[in-house]
Design a protein around this ligand. Structure first.
Ligand SMILES: Cc1cc2nc3c(=O)[nH]c(=O)nc-3n(C[C@H](O)[C@H](O)[C@H](O)COP(=O)(O)OP(=O)(O)OC[C@H]3O[C@@H](n4cnc5c(N)ncnc54)[C@H](O)[C@@H]3O)c2cc1C
Length: 286
């Protein structure tokens, strides 16, 4: 068990990781990709780093985090399960545990297709490795938006009788398994129909036994059930503590302004609070 898991590797996450390392805490960062900063062509308002691209800034930050002793692992976190004595985190096919968790997942956005959340576990899955075997000899649709979805499709092609791949966002499809049918239509909504999942697309309706939705992002309500949000952003106190004990948040995830300086400041403040709370937990024998 690590002291802290941080979801994300943007400015808020790195800032928190550095401070937590300075407080002697073990830190595991789990991140899906580059986040908002990677998209910034040029940043001119962050002190000490003039005329720098977002990508270069992020590279420097990541190097600094690793040099400070934080562990960085590329993995999409699917589910956080807070408990009385620890927090359990499901990422890809792995399970991690920690004493405290920081959510630094960036700006809130609408994630998901109409009907998707209602069918989770009832024909819709977010994990090919976990649930692929349920579809042996059956038909599945993959709604994918990044390279790992393409990789997982090959695994599903080994199991299922029929696989259709619906690209949800632009990504490299060069290595898509030849056994998968590449679809061009956009999926608009889904619903359960006679033990199958009906996908409503721009061009009509299609039925599959199962649907795998493989994205580098997860809706907050699904990531941390019962987490208090308002207008999509995570509600915290002035130190970044959420309504769930052991769970904290920082950066764009807590709302405007979407700025590096604000993300770094909140990451730092949450880290100090987490270190304080962990000390109190230890004193209290938790
Ligand atoms: C085009 C553009 C230009 C910008 N220019 C500027 C500028 O000039 N100055 C300025 O101050 N700000 C600028 N910003 C805003 C700035 O980039 C953000 O405010 C800042 O990056 C927020 O940091 P963050 O750590 O909160 O989130 P992000 O940097 O968005 O990082 C979020 C992290 O969470 C990860 N993540 C999300 N969900 C999951 C999951 N389920 N599992 C694992 N990991 C997950 C992502 O992969 C990423 O690592 C710009 C933003 C954009 C898009």
């Amino acid at each position: 068990m690590t002291d802290v898991i941080i979801i994300g590797a943007g400015p808020a996450a790195v800032s928190a990781a550095l401070t937590l390392r300075m407080r002697g805490k073990t830190v595991q960062m789990l991140y899906a990709g580059g986040g908002a900063l990677e998209k910034a062509h040029r940043v001119d308002n962050y002190p000490g780093m003039p005329r720098i691209s977002g990508k270069d800034m992020l590279d420097i930050m990541h190097r600094q985090a690793v040099e400070a002793g934080a562990e960085m692992k590329k993995a999409v976190v699917q589910l956080v399960q807070p408990g009385k004595k620890k927090v359990t985190v499901l990422a890809g096919n792995e399970i991690f545990t920690c004493k405290t968790l920081l959510i630094a997942t960036g700006a809130p956005r609408k994630i998901g297709i109409d009907g998707e959340a209602d069918l989770l576990g009832q024909g819709v899955s977010y994990c090919a490795t976990c649930d692929g075997m349920f579809y042996k000899g059956k038909s599945v649709a993959v709604i994918g938006s990044f390279e790992e979805a393409v990789e997982d499709t090959a695994f599903l092609c080994d199991i299922a009788a029929k696989v259709a791949y619906f690209p949800e966002a632009a990504h490299d499809l060069e290595t898509l398994d030849k056994r998968a049918e590449k679809m061009t239509q956009k999926v608009l909504s889904m619903e359960k129909k006679q033990e199958q999942v009906l996908l409503r697309t721009e061009d009509g309706e299609l039925m599959y036994d199962g649907v795998f939705v493989l994205r580098p992002a997860v809706a907050l309500s699904q990531l941390v059930p019962k987490l208090e949000t308002a207008g999509g952003k995570i509600v915290t106190d002035e130190d970044g503590a959420t309504n769930i004990p052991r769970v904290y948040a920082a950066g764009d995830a807590t709302g405007l302004p979407y700025q590096i300086g604000k993300a770094v400041g909140e990451g730092n403040r949450a880290a100090l609070r987490m270190a304080r709370d962990m000390a109190a937990m230890e004193e209290g024998g938790q």
